[in-house]
Design a binder for this molecule. Sequence first.
Ligand SMILES: O=C(O)C(=O)C[C@@H](O)[C@H](O)[C@H](O)COP(=O)(O)O
Length: 373
Amino acid sequence: MTQAYRTIHVPLDGRAYDVLVGPGLLARSGALIAPLLRRKRVAVVTDETVGALHLDALREGLAAEGIDMTALALAPGEGTKCWSALERSTEWLLEQQIERGDIVIAFGGGVIGDLVGFAAAILRRGVRFVQIPTSLLAQVDSSVGGKTGINSPKGKNLIGAFHQPSLVLADTHMLRTLKTRDFLAGYGEVVKYGLLGDAGFFEWLEAHAPDMAAGSEEARVHAVARAVQMKADIVARDETEQGERALLNLGHTFGHALEAATGYGDRLLHGEGVAIGCALAFELSARLGLCAQETPSRVRAHLSDMKMKVDLSDIKGDLPDAAGLMALMAQDKKVQDGKLRFILARGIGSAFITSDVPQSAVMAVLEDALAQR
Ligand SMILES: O=C(O)C(=O)C[C@@H](O)[C@H](O)[C@H](O)COP(=O)(O)O
């Protein structure tokens, strides 16, 4: 029988794992997870939206191999990446008597993956976990690479740990139930991969992303698998972001500041902040003479074609002024010796990391973007 899914291996010494990408993996979850189990019992943490839609299917998939499942459903949304949800999850896992040898399943989007991965990292000083990402953003990005954590009122993802999953099941059927806004927010992370390191992939997206949005399974599998392969390659070379991994942060320096400014809520989803942040990073690159003047327009044209948020004027409500946004950017984890490091680009597919960016140039980009609101 031909395999209906693609396998991408993340070759980390002692912590290697596979990411499976394709339709129908939830139904096979029992058979795929069983080899990892010491006893036929798992604890699942999900959110209420995903739980209502897909928890029964996961239970059935696990039951097919005689695996019992106990589940906790948390409130959906970025607000759940917080201390109180972390406390609730860890206390619940202890109540369920999850042992060091057991497996915890993070069943949801990026919020659940990051939160539950962090809970697994600190529970009994570390238990293994499986990511079953249900959003496009989580499938292409956050479920792979082991960055786990929660937000602080002082900034995004400021409390966390590197803790690699033991397996990732990216079932592309699950993307069918995503709301358009969530799908497009996830697409912000997909396009990031083309922009940072693969001009050919960006061109493919310009031609095929509308098919992805319209529901083409083939296009979705291709895009998720390509993004995951790029991430796996980078993570294998630089697991803990000592260098090259920071490329995956393209768009995030601006994006995280905008998320903090808008309160990590419905005003701006993470992937929307990343898309706007990518447009700003290319604008900054062009103004510094690093890439052709027309490149930012090409990036923005594609985002607009996809009906995504592109500009600061697409964010409703008040925003801080440029100095206020700069102050939020100062909490970025890429800050070194008090100096911000940026991911800029010499062209589409050619991103690089630099701390050689005059503050006045960043201020000017932000002031001009704010002036257009
Ligand atoms: O995996 C990475 O490395 C990334 O930077 C991927 C990002 O898209 C992701 O949002 C990540 O969680 C951000 O990391 P952070 O270190 O900037 O909080």
